[in-house]
Design a protein around this ligand. Structure first.
Ligand SMILES: [Zn+2]
Length: 264
């Protein structure tokens, strides 16, 4: 009987912790996208309700065999499962700490469009002040306005400008190289920059999936890059350099992660 009670206690603790985690993750989503998501949820906090009545299950009870498998099966709970660390990156991210790479694709399709055509209808030209030119970005959920604000703020620190004055592209309806998952460039909410050569690093140029990968140390010590990153984060963007599977040129509009972030 004692053992039974003990098991019951452990079970209810685990259950309530997972409920709490679900509520936290859902709250981050609701706060980040108030124009699209309804504040009402079901009693188990396991359904995200859109303002048009669409319902999305938060926790699909995903079971994955490895990290690549998890990337392919990610649900909303998985999407919110790795906290994004705000501020200066002091050490290389731990194994598979890729906050933002886990994405529930139907969520982005619903928000930004489920075809090249549908996404294109939501694109606008944004003045990117560091290059004194325009880039294409989604106007949905404040993405393009936030990008324009980042550009203006970077201009206030002239020594940051050369890092981000060459855009390598924004909208591109495509899958991530070697996968069937869509890149967030598909939704018009990501931008890449031609960083200085020693900082311009992408994990799959050097490493294989499901094998250990050495983080480029030069990225950790560059104070100009860190200042650029802080400005992006202030306006709802995450940086691919904070991923174990690093993509240092990549910035992506993900307010649900930045609002829920952890600070160093
Ligand atoms: Zn990119």
């Amino acid at each position: 009987m004692l053992r039974y009670n003990y098991c019951l206690l452990i079970y209810s603790l685990l259950f309530s912790q997972s409920l709490f985690a679900n509520q936290q993750g859902m709250t981050c989503l609701l706060n980040a996208y108030p124009d699209f998501l309804s504040q009402s949820t079901d009693t188990n906090s396991n359904t995200l309700i859109w303002k048009d009545g669409t319902k999305m299950l938060y926790d699909h009870k995903v079971e994955a065999t490895n990290f690549e498998d998890l990337l392919n099966k990610a649900d909303l709970k998985t999407q919110m499962s790795i906290p994004y660390p705000l501020g200066i990156l002091v050490e290389a991210p731990a194994l598979n700490q890729d906050p933002g790479r886990l994405r529930y694709e139907p969520f982005f399709e619903k928000m930004y469009g489920n075809s090249a055509n549908a996404v294109t209808k939501q694109l606008t030209k944004v003045f990117w002040a560091p290059s004194n030119s325009y880039v294409t970005f989604s106007r949905t959920s404040g993405a393009s306005n936030s990008l324009a604000t980042v550009g203006k703020e970077i201009m206030q620190q002239p020594n940051l400008v050369s890092y981000v004055n060459k855009s390598l592209g924004t909208f591109n309806w495509r899958t991530i190289q070697g996968t069937s998952r869509k890149s967030n460039h598909s939704f018009g909410i990501a931008i890449d920059f031609q960083l200085p050569k020693k900082l311009y690093k992408y994990w799959s140029w050097h490493c294989k999936p499901n094998q250990s990968c050495q983080y480029p140390k030069s990225v950790l010590t560059d104070t100009i890059l860190q200042r650029v990153v802080s400005i992006f984060e202030k306006h709802g963007f995450i940086w691919g350099g904070k991923w174990y599977h690093y993509d240092t040129m990549h910035f992506e509009y993900r307010p649900e992660l930045v609002n829920c972030s952890t600070s160093h």
